[in-house]
Design a protein around this ligand. Structure first.
Ligand code: ABN
Ligand code: CU
Length: 650
């Protein structure tokens, strides 16, 4: 990972054990695997990633001990999925294990090769000809994962199915003209087209959906320039992969599966570095669609677990994706042959003015104190076929950590008979339906609130029954219940009772004697509509609860399990939490699942204005007072005054 901009990495920074693999390390891992396992030409490297050191290894490193660099790899070879660990310092194969029954994530190379195989298939071409389409090269056939919907006889194969769209040229909207009912099923190991379904007489909709700047008619001409200028540069520093902004410190990571990862998020306070979150990432994203029609019922994809969003990461452009005094980081991904691929400007960092931080006007003293809020933003944007997901982490001067996803791109479409109104989607253009769907994100937060021994409580507010304690009926209070085990910690949001979850450190007290704590405050959320007992819901058990908390275990990383692709269901959080491990004074991991519910609007077409969803982690007794008291008034502005004079306006 390299930083573009005024900061450069130095040798010391290079050595940090949480730094993602460099291109050279990926090459070394591939060379070791090829040599020791005699891998054939057809072997695929699905994911090669830093094998992250455990917390006690990191402590040893901090104490000055070098710790070995290791790569973890998922490899497809001979029709099976294998996991390997490679020692990078001495180029050794540390382990090689075949994972029975696992289907690794689909690689972008397979995605491209699958489309080529489908376009070349005579049955597919015949089906296109029936519809008057004689340019198969202008048909997009996307390799979608199949979930648990393999046809009898296909079990055990590595499968994809392909919804298809037609366009006359690359300048057309890729999703405007679905070829309804035409779906191929492909064996990705052999790239054999197993079958072509051709079940619908719905015509391909007419051309529509232009959205590019030179296609949409006159552009508005009344926008005056808006520039964000920091003449002295930004007030953060990037040293290697460590970011220092105000009192915040954290490290930037990146994995092929999760994309952007934040490590060791801490706040400098009371002359020490106080940890808050050891590791934060988007650990899963599943999009269930609600159309039961032939073929389309399969539409259900895990963009993180079944594909991996690292390679989908965009190269960002200054003034477009991010505005202001930006620092970028490049990341290194790799293709399925194991060749490193650098994504330039993949991660964007900058500061934003965020309006009011705090204010009070004392009218008797005629004294006003105002502070402006500045937040630190770190983001990356991925393109998962039709959709864009922009992932943001925000750090605030009052100790709040927030994350937000901005969803944009093009809604997933199907075709309907002219004049028909779809039951399971909304018409966005004549003959074109945008399918009902939901996007469920699961953020994994390996917590470390002032240390690794943490408790978790559910807190809600309740009114007190009218009686001797509350004779006038006005009383209400917050009620905290400790979640002592993994089953107790399976929770739903309860916005009408203002529910939140508090993670505290029972060994450290604040100035009023309470354990220091951070609270997770949910934002908008929803539950799935897939039926209980359905194959889709069985695989996505983690979406049935909004909060899960588990005792840290190194192999428990993804809420639908390590290999959700073609899995029958039950893996991940539902399986691990059957152990019902204690969460008292524990090294604990919070998993927060949140769903963006999407019944499309015609305004979502031809490209969707951003929809936002997220949540925050807010200090709740972590500090001894408002931690942003020491933020100075902006220089040169009279937004404060003393009681004895001064000229602030309120
Ligand atoms: N949104 C499903 C998907 C992701 C990547 C590639 C194809 C399809
Ligand atoms: Cu959507």
């Amino acid at each position: 990972m390299a930083v573009t901009g005024s900061t450069t990495r130095n040798d010391l920074a290079l050595a940090h054990p949480l730094d993602p693999l460099t291109a050279e390390e990926i090459e070394r891992a591939v060379a070791v695997l090829r040599e020791h396992r005699n891998l054939g030409e057809r072997a695929r490297f699905v994911q090669i990633v830093l094998r992250e050191p455990e917390k006690d290894d990191l402590a040893r490193f901090e104490a000055g001990e070098p710790i070995p660099r290791e790569a973890a790899a998922v490899v497809l070879d001979g029709g099976a999925t294998h996991e390997a660990v490679v020692g990078l310092d001495r180029a050794t194969l540390e382990s090689w294990e075949t994972i029975p029954g696992a289907q690794a994530a689909i690689t972008l190379d397979e995605y491209v090769e699958c489309e080529q195989a489908v376009r070349a298939d005579p049955r597919f071409r015949a089906a296109l000809a029936e519809r008057g389409i004689d340019q198969p090269e202008n048909v997009m056939a996307e390799a979608w994962t199949l979930g648990a919907h393999a046809e009898p006889g296909d079990e055990g194969r590595r499968l994809a199915w392909t919804p298809c769209w037609f366009r006359e040229s690359l300048a057309d909207n890729a999703y405007a003209r679905p070829i309804e009912g035409l779906f191929a099923t492909v064996d990705l190991d052999t790239m054999e087209v197993l079958r072509v379904e051709n079940t619908s007489d719905v015509p391909v909709p007419p051309p529509a959906g232009a959205y590019r700047h030179d296609q949409v008619g006159p552009l508005r001409d009344d926008l005056k320039p808006l520039e964000v200028v920091q003449p002295e540069g930004p007030s953060f520093e990037v040293v290697g992969n460590e970011v220092r902004w105000q009192k915040w410190r954290f490290r930037v990571g990146f994995t092929p599966r999760e994309g952007l990862v934040l490590h060791t998020i801490a706040y400098h306070d009371q002359d020490r570095r106080r940890p808050i979150v050891h590791r934060a990432s988007y650990a899963e994203l599943v999009i269930p669609y609600g159309d039961p029609s032939p073929g389309r019922f399969r539409t259900n994809a895990y963009d993180i677990g079944e594909y991996g969003i690292g390679p989908m990461t965009n190269s960002l452009e200054l003034g477009c994706d991010c505005l202001g005094e930006i620092r970028y980081m490049d990341v290194v991904s790799h293709d399925s042959k194991g060749a490193p691929v650098t994504i330039r400007n993949a991660i964007c960092m900058h500061e934003e003015d965020f309006g009011l931080l705090w204010k009070h006007y004392d009218w008797q003293a005629d004294d006003s104190e105002v502070r402006r809020s500045r937040r630190f933003v770190i983001s990356s944007i991925i393109t998962a076929a039709n959709y864009e997901y922009a992932f943001y982490w925000y750090l605030y001067q009052d100790g709040t950590i927030e994350t937000e996803v901005k969803l944009t791109g093009i809604v997933l479409t199907s075709a309907v008979h002219p004049g028909e109104r779809p039951e399971y989607g909304r018409l966005v253009s004549p003959g074109l339906s945008a399918l009902n769907h939901q996007h469920f994100f699961c953020v994994r937060l390996d917590m470390a609130v002032d240390g690794y021994a943490n408790d978790v409580h559910e807190v809600h507010t309740e009114g007190v029954p009218v009686g001797p304690e509350n004779p006038r009926g006005n009383a209400f209070r917050a009620v905290a219940t400790q979640l002592r085990s993994e089953r107790e910690a399976q929770q739903l949001i309860d916005p009408l009772r203002a529910r939140f979850w508090r993670v505290s450190n029972p060994e450290r007290r604040n100035s009023v004697g309470d354990p220091v704590a951070y609270k997770l405050i949910p934002g908008a959320n929803v539950l799935p509509f897939a039926a209980a007992g359905s194959k889709d819901l069985a695989r996505a058990g983690f979406v049935t609860k909004h909060l899960w908390a588990t005792r840290y275990a190194p192999r428990e990383r993804y809420p639908a399990g390590e290999y959700p692709n073609q899995h029958a269901g039950g893996a991940g959080l539902p399986e691990w939490t059957q152990a019902d491990r204690s969460l008292e004074s524990a090294d604990l991991v919070l998993w927060y699942t949140f769903g963006s519910h999407h019944i499309a609007r015609v305004e979502d077409w031809p490209v969707m204005p951003v929809a936002r969803i997220g949540f925050s982690l807010m200090p709740d007794g972590f500090f001894d007072r408002n931690p942003a008291l020491d933020v100075p008034p902006p220089p040169g502005h009279a937004c404060h005054s003393s009681p004895n004079g001064g000229g602030a306006s309120r």
